[in-house]
Design a binder for this molecule. Structure first.
Ligand code: SDX
Length: 435
């Protein structure tokens, strides 16, 4: 355990006339934690925290979020500065190794990633097994999980060298697989990566190039894509990252763990919200219909929620949403899209919601998914690809968190307990005697 976590204070828990002390650990910033690892052995009781709203699952040095202040730091660097001055592969290096790379380190990292962007040729045949109309996220769960069937020479997680190769392969091959999933869904041939292109340009080319004409890269769109990847790269112990950590805690290989993360991210409450948010904006359709939907989102008997609004941690504006909104305007301007009705609805919906008592009281603000859909749609992606792009970018976060867990000497298999409220012990009744 890090020196800063050496326990200096203790907390007391009392039940009736019994009380127990548990150490308090302090981090470098953010809330301290009460270490209850020995709670069950000392008290015979578990804690109870469905959804883990007050539970720290691990110690980490990677990403820090201050939900009240709307702060997001990757290894201490504010997301605003990384999005403005950095690029995605530099951010990948930072998340994996903890420091910004020197020019030589960056060049070496970029070269290693670039040299792993192709996938095994048999993956093309693997894709043929999917229906053309399969959701690309279903294809990604399947194809990323299948990587462990093609790259078993980097699945021994006890070997640091294999862990490094698997990490590089995951970061390098996700754009290729994502582009293949898109091309397969529209019946166009797969486009191979080109090593002389940067990460984002390479990805856009694999998605939008066709063999019958020269692809002309658009550097404004490539820069926007790269920035969108930076914004989505990591986010502390969110649901999909916790899924990857839990899967990895059993010793599963990193390809299988990332496939589990992709499956979790797909949900509309998580990464699937960008696809759901765009569908919601299209369903609202016009600013005149916003009040009706705001009313529905407050109605406890109506399952409708404003997709792209609210967050488990941010009770202030998601800092990524502000950058996403700026990027959205840049992309629309570059593409000459003057009046996007969906953007009009989004801007008016945000304006109304931020003044609404309900949203103010519940501290509901736009999150990263609110503007990303409009941007990605303008760039030419179908809504079904939005969460695939989120998964592409989040892969480095999943891998960095998985690497941190594997390299933590105190790491053990994750195994939560429960509050059991089911039947007490009873004997088997033969079917002849059941009523
Ligand atoms: C991501 O965790 C991460 O870091 C995730 C993520 C990442 O980078 O990994 O940031 C990416 O997943 C962003 C979130 C995308 N999801 C959506 O936009 C879906 C819409 N949002 C909601 O489903 C909700 O806000 C969650 C799931 C995001 C958070 O839910 P919580 O923390 O469990 O909060 P909650 O559902 O208990 O809501 C608290 C209150 C409730 O009202 P009460 O029961 O207290 O009366 O706020 C209400 C909710 O009904 N509420 C909403 C709302 N979100 C919460 N009401 C209307 N519209 C909404 N969007």
């Amino acid at each position: 355990m890090d020196a800063k976590m050496a326990n200096t204070k203790t907390s007391k828990i009392s039940v009736g006339d019994q009380s127990w002390s548990f150490p308090i650990h302090e981090g470098t910033i953010g809330p301290s934690v009460i270490d209850i690892a020995k709670l069950y052995s000392q008290t015979g009781m578990f804690t109870y925290d469905p959804g883990y709203t007050s539970t720290g699952s691990c110690e980490s040095k990677i990403t820090y979020i201050d939900g009240d202040e709307g702060v997001l730091l990757y290894r201490g660097y504010p997301i605003e500065q990384l999005a403005e001055h950095g690029d995605f592969l530099e951010t990948c290096y930072l998340l994996l190794y903890g420091e910004l790379p020197t020019a030589a380190q960056r060049a070496d990292f970029v070269k290693r990633v670039t040299n792993h962007t192709m996938v095994h040729e048999q993956m093309s045949r693997f894709f043929q097994g999917f229906r053309r109309d399969a959701h690309p996220m279903a294809v990604m769960v399947g194809s990323v999980g299948a990587l462990s069937a093609f790259y078993h020479d980097s699945t021994d997680i006890s070997d640091p060298q294999q862990r490094l190769i698997a990490s590089i392969r995951m970061i390098a091959k996700m754009p290729t697989l994502a582009a293949m999933a898109y091309k397969y869904s529209i019946g166009q041939p797969f486009i191979y990566p080109k090593n002389e292109l940067n990460y984002a340009t390479n990805f856009l080319r694999m998605c939008f190039a066709v063999p019958c004409e020269e692809y002309k890269p658009n550097q404004v769109l490539a820069r926007a894509m790269d920035r969108i990847f930076i914004l989505h790269a990591d986010h502390e112990q969110n649901a999909s990252t916790s899924t990857v950590r839990l899967a990895g805690s059993s010793g599963a290989n990193p390809f299988a763990c990332v496939a589990a993360g992709i499956a979790c991210l797909w949900g509309p409450a998580h990464g699937g919200a960008n696809e759901a948010a765009l569908k919601m904006l299209a369903e609202i359709g016009h600013v005149d219909r916003i009040p009706e939907y705001i009313k529905r989102s407050k109605d406890k008997n109506d399952p409708f929620r404003l997709m792209g609004f609210g967050h488990r941690v941010y009770h202030n504006y998601d800092p990524r949403a502000k950058i996403m909104q700026k990027t959205c305007h840049e992309v629309l301007n570059e593409l000459g899209i003057k009046d996007d009705p969906l953007l009009d609805v989004a801007l008016e919906l945000e304006r109304i919601a931020l003044k609404d008592e309900y949203f103010i009281e519940k501290k509901l603000y736009p999150n990263i998914d609110f503007y990303s859909g409009i941007t990605l749609k303008a760039m030419g992606f179908p809504t079904t690809m939005f969460t695939v792009l989120f998964a592409l970018a989040r892969t480095v976060g999943w891998i960095a968190q998985w690497k941190e867990m594997i390299e933590d000497p105190s790491q053990k298999i994750g195994r939560p307990r429960q509050l059991y409220t089911g039947a007490t012990k009873r004997d088997y009744t033969p079917i002849s005697r059941r009523k």
